[in-house]
Design a protein around this ligand. Structure first.
Ligand SMILES: [Zn+2]
Length: 481
């Protein structure tokens, strides 16, 4: 079946950390001809990532069609109150380190990946790739050992060489297997962006590597006689924004007299707070982490409200969220504006209300009621916080999320110590520059909104029938008949 010349196939390329404006400029300048050819047939769109806007969680939408918190991946770093994780130090996960090997098992087992739904499948360098039938290049121990020295020294040229070698191996196997679904993630743009800026020449050079890989994939498919069956889409996982100030939240909490459990200091006994910064422009705070069941804010407020207020008063913090129950989230902005975001119903019938209590923290022009997922996206589209209603609602009310969630102010992130490489650009926050990502399609589409839309759309493209409860919606027109 896989070797016929009529079955449609999809190569999904992940341009990790690439800003939409940079991709647009490189295409317009003629420096990425293979990507330009895709755009000519379909189009280059700007869509929203998930919050937190960080690698790992932000891969879930286009690999599983779900919000990361809906399938149990609330952050790059998170704390497991329930004590259900195996192979975990102090029940704290950090996918910035060796825990990367647990991502596939940490996400819900009953929520399938694209690689499980469409086979044969092949993956390279993707943090999340459960079920790839023909391998996960770049993720074995050998590749880890090759990449580790460059990773920890911040040797970006070394990292790029390892990634180019993995890409070459991916392309050889791609030509042989002819996968119906393949996933190629290129992470050097993100690494270059952190060190040199999201709009730097180095990021553009890395985009050139992506263009070369797409050109080679298409050449190989045509040489094998199946070029006409191959579609290529490209998606970003998160944006990038300049950062110049790093708040040591860990140290501040300790100066508040609290015992803090945070990476890499996971040995803290009887911790008062588990601080899980990810991005690094967002953080989860788990209060009284020894308690195994999450309690909602009304039960926590008597002890913790004053800490929440002092936290929000910090210059580094823009937004603070606490969940009143499994469907009501209180959102506060640093200027005192405050609103409730309420979710009703399930699946396609889910609706959102925005109920300002004081001011209008999301800048939506007042209250909104009964918005479906598309309308909730649309009311936020032009604001400072794209897709905030749905993103805040799904993240803050998840059982694996922190009791307090904060999103950093522009130019700030929230981790000052223990960072191996100095960085000038960041992501993770709910801010526009960090939430907007490119989506390049080689077919016409109607108004893609979110990275979660990629999975149901890919299944439509590949003619795969399903009745799965995705958080996204297909942007491809329904097939006639
Ligand atoms: Zn990054």
């Amino acid at each position: 079946m896989s070797h016929d010349t009529t079955t449609p196939r999809l190569l999904l390329v992940v341009a990790d950390g690439v800003r939409p404006d940079v991709l647009h400029e490189e295409i317009a300048a003629g420096r990425t001809p293979a990507l330009a050819a895709l755009a000519t047939r379909g189009g280059l769109h700007e869509v929203t990532a998930s919050f937190p806007s960080v690698t790992g969680p932000a891969y879930v939408p286009f690999v599983m069609g779900r919000h990361p918190a809906s399938v149990g991946l609330p952050g790059l770093r998170w704390f497991d109150r329930s004590r259900r994780l195996r192979w975990s130090t102090s029940q704290a996960r950090s996918y910035a380190g060796i825990d990367i090997w647990h991502v596939d098992r940490d996400v819900a087992h009953d929520a399938p990946t694209l690689l499980e739904l469409v086979r044969p499948s092949l993956s390279a360098m993707s943090m999340l790739a459960r079920g790839a039938t023909h391998g996960r290049i770049g993720r074995g121990i050998g590749w880890m050992l090759r990449a580790a020295p460059a990773h920890f020294r911040g040797d970006l040229a070394g990292w790029r060489r390892v990634e180019q070698a993995a890409t070459a191996q991916f392309l050889r196997r791609f030509a042989r297997v002819r996968p119906r679904l393949s996933l190629l993630a290129i992470t050097s743009p993100d690494k270059f962006a952190h060190k040199l800026g999201g709009r730097s020449d180095a990021v553009r050079t890395a985009l050139g590597d992506i263009d070369a890989a797409v050109a080679e994939a298409r050449r190989a498919a045509h040489a094998g006689g199946w070029g006409d069956t191959l579609h290529v889409w490209l998606v970003g996982d998160h944006g990038h924004a300049p950062v110049s100030r790093h708040d040591d939240l860990h140290g501040w909490l300790e100066r508040e007299g609290l015992r803090v459990l945070a990476h890499p200091q996971l040995g803290t006994r009887r911790a008062d707070v588990a601080l899980m910064v990810g991005g690094n422009a967002m953080a989860h705070l788990y209060l009284a982490p020894e308690e195994r069941v999450r309690r909602w804010w009304p039960a926590l407020a008597p002890r913790w409200e004053s800490l929440a207020q002092r936290l929000l008063a910090r210059e580094s913090i823009d937004l603070l969220m606490v969940a009143h129950d499994g469907h009501t989230v209180e959102l506060r902005r640093a200027d005192g504006a405050q609103a409730h975001i309420i979710r009703h119903g399930e699946g396609a019938a889910t609706r959102w209300d925005y109920v300002p209590q004081s001011g209008d923290p999301l800048g939506l022009g007042g209250a909104h009621a009964g918005l479906d997922a598309a309308a909730a996206w649309a009311v936020c589209a032009q604001t400072a916080y794209p897709d905030a209603l749905v993103q805040v609602s799904l993240l803050a009310s998840s059982t694996r999320s922190g009791d307090i969630i904060v999103s950093a102010a522009p130019a700030w992130d929230l981790r000052a110590r223990f960072e191996p490489v100095e960085h000038v650009s960041t992501h993770g926050a709910l801010l526009r520059e960090q939430m907007l990502v490119p989506l390049l399609l080689d077919v016409p589409a109607r108004a893609p909104q979110r990275t979660t839309d990629v999975v149901p759309s890919a299944l439509a493209l590949l003619d795969v029938a399903h009745e799965l409860p995705f958080d996204g919606q297909s942007f491809l027109a329904p097939r006639p008949g």
